[in-house]
Design a protein around this ligand. Structure first.
Ligand SMILES: [Zn+2]
Ligand SMILES: [Zn+2]
Length: 350
């Protein structure tokens, strides 16, 4: 049971106990059980860091448009004791906790680019993992511009960090572990994949994608004990994408249904919404359609294609079938429409 559910259960038990005129001791005991279970969940979360499998969790599988079912981009990769999150759309740190991931053990953040739907929760993530017990400063990797983003969030949260240290003490929230440290990944050649992270058997490479005018923007390739996970970030179909996704066990690709977004843009124009219509038309030129992502997965020989950054929001089975239509015609592997909370585990191959 997830932590949130235990808290709800404890609260319901409290209300029920009160209604039944239980004694204060009985009520306290119910509350204590809930708290103990919450601590067990936390310990269970930290145990994920000892798991020999490479684990991939979709924390946020949606795009920037408001969406009841999917938060914006965030993917967690846990392997070799490292806990890395790729991109942090709004609200995703809350999901990291609700999904009972090892928040206090967060080792690094990788950003693909600096659109708000990929960075909005950076401040919350840094602050939350620190107050939950992170032992060191937080490394934040990204393409050129990452230092500016890290500086901005750090400045915005500096006062709150000061308040917490004054209130709880340096031994509880150590100032020495409170900072974010930015690392700029320099990738020049679209053919090249730059190894920038190599810790505890986890290797991460960055490669250029094309999300113009967002320049530079990158995707990431993770390797751990013979397994490969590739996250495209936002991009059009580029000539080198399949090369960087070569033999991926899981290719996590963004997906924007050109057909659906075109229809959206045209309908908005007909309904006298020229501003929104123009924005929808513009976004068509810097994303990848699900069928194109299928072509990339096929060329790369990827075993599994998982869609995240699902645009537009999918609200029913018809929208789902429109989003995925044609993908199986071009790709032989398994196709999965990502959902928040979806988990994948890859057993070590070597
Ligand atoms: Zn973007
Ligand atoms: Zn995006």
């Amino acid at each position: 049971m997830m932590r949130r559910e235990w808290i709800i259960l404890a609260c319901l038990s409290l209300v029920a106990s009160m209604a039944l005129s239980c004694t204060t001791d009985q009520v306290d005991s119910v509350m204590k059980r809930g708290i103990k279970r919450m601590l067990e969940d936390r310990a269970e979360a930290m145990d994920m860091l000892k798991d020999p499998d490479m684990q991939v969790i979709l924390v946020g599988s949606g795009g920037p448009l408001d969406n009841e079912e999917r938060l914006a981009s965030c993917t967690a990769v846990i392997a070799g004791g490292e806990f890395i999150v790729v991109d942090l759309g709004a609200g995703t740190w809350r999901n990291v906790n609700l999904l009972n991931l090892p928040s206090a053990g967060l080792s690094a953040v990788f950003l693909t680019h600096f659109h708000s739907d990929h960075i909005a929760d950076l401040g919350e993530t840094d602050f939350g993992s620190w107050t939950q017990g992170r032992k060191t400063n937080l490394d934040v990797y990204g393409p050129e511009g990452v230092d500016q983003v890290v500086r901005g969030f750090s400045m915005a949260y500096a006062l709150d960090k000061k308040y917490r240290i004054a209130h709880h003490g340096e031994d509880i929230v150590p100032p020495g572990a409170s900072a974010m440290v930015s690392h700029t990944i320099d990738v020049k050649d679209p053919d090249e994949a730059v190894l920038f992270f190599d810790r505890n058997g986890v290797k991460a490479y960055a490669f250029l994608v094309d999300h113009s005018p967002v320049v530079p923007a990158v995707g990431y390739r993770f390797e751990h004990k013979g397994n490969v996970v590739v996250i495209t970030g936002d991009t059009v179909k580029t000539p080198t994408l399949a090369k960087h996704a070569k033999d991926a066990d899981i290719l996590i690709s963004e997906g924007l249904s050109m057909r659906a977004v075109k229809l959206l843009s045209e309908t908005l124009a007909e309904e006298n919404q020229p501003r929104l219509s123009k924005i929808m038309k513009d976004v068509l030129d810097y994303h990848i359609d699900p069928v194109q992502a299928g072509e990339v997965a096929q060329e790369a020989g990827a075993k599994k294609l998982v869609f995240n950054h699902v645009v537009p929001p999918i609200t029913n089975r018809i929208a789902k079938s429109i989003f995925l239509s044609g993908v199986k015609d071009v790709y032989d592997g398994e196709v999965i429409l990502g959902e928040d909370g979806m988990r994948f585990a890859l057993a070590p191959k070597e």
